[in-house]
Design a protein around this ligand. Structure first.
Ligand code: PEP
Ligand code: MN
Length: 258
């Protein structure tokens, strides 16, 4: 039995949680411009990857530790809470030292019990909120196992993120959503908030609205969306990022059921 405590801070757009920001922190100008534009459209939670788990080497692997200072400044400047991905204890320690409010676990890390256990151990004694993406493969046990490891380490303020699952060959989606798995997780742990990540599910800008709407019609507590001030120039995931203005339009057009 996993004990879940609410992440009180997480509520905004019409009672739904909206977390937005670039796939990666790239440069001072890119991250500050994106953050200011998102803050101006009312976003309260800012995401940015500092350490990027890239499928292939020799692609942009994140700006690294130096980007944490930017997140700290964005917090101070805008009042937004900030979140970044952690994949090992060293990331946890550095992110918490820099004042990162919320951590997230990426899909490749959720799929690795050893990595999850090390992260959980490194969080012992803190009350850090953690968002856990589904593992890349459609295995609900791995997803629950990751949540249990955090719970056993005393981390109760957790939420899940459905970001779709890997499949072989070309499909409409970059990572196919399996709504049934998230629904099963919800029925097993009803008090666990589940967010939807339409960016990594869709892999393209056009799919962000329909996937977000589908999530808002269902059991989801909110959205985790990639937004970049100049998406075409993004160093990672450039086909799926939208501008803050486009995000604002999408949020206005969404029919949100409370
Ligand atoms: C991300 O959110 O940028 C990311 C790397 O996501 P995922 O772990 O879902 O691939
Ligand atoms: Mn990404």
């Amino acid at each position: 039995m996993i004990e879940i405590k609410p992440i009180e801070e997480l509520r905004d757009c019409n009672g739904k949680i909206i977390i937005a920001g670039p796939c990666s922190a790239e440069s001072e100008s890119q991250i500050f411009e994106t953050a200011l534009q998102l803050s101006n459209i009312g976003i309260k939670y800012f995401r940015a990857g500092i350490w990027k788990p890239r499928t292939r080497p020799s692609t942009f692997e994140g700006i690294g530790e130096s980007g944490l200072m930017w997140l700290k400044q964005i917090k101070e400047m805008t009042g937004m809470k900030v979140t970044t991905e952690v994949a090992k204890p060293e990331h946890v320690e550095k992110a918490l030292n820099a004042g990162v409010d919320i951590l997230w676990i990426g899909a490749r890390t959720t799929a690795s019990p050893f990595a999850m256990q090390e992260i959980a151990n490194s969080l012992k004694g803190t009350d850090t909120p953690v968002l856990v993406k589904n593992p890349i493969n459609p295995d609900i046990e791995l997803w629950i196992g990751a949540l249990e490891r955090l719970s056993l380490a005393g981390i109760k303020r957790v939420a899940a993120i459905h970001r779709g699952f890997s499949t072989y060959g070309d499909t409409k989606y970059r990572n196919t959503p399996i709504w049934e798995i998230a629904a099963e997780l919800h029925s097993m742990i009803p008090q666990l908030p589940i967010l939807c990540d339409p960016s990594h599910i869709g892999g393209s800008r056009e799919l962000i609205l329909p996937i977000s709407q589908k999530a808002m019609n269902g059991i989801y507590s909110g959205l985790f969306i990639e937004s970049h001030c100049n998406p075409g120039k993004a160093l990672s995931d450039n086909k799926q990022q939208i501008t803050p203005v486009e995000l604002s339009e999408i949020l206005k057009n969404l029919n949100i059921n409370l």
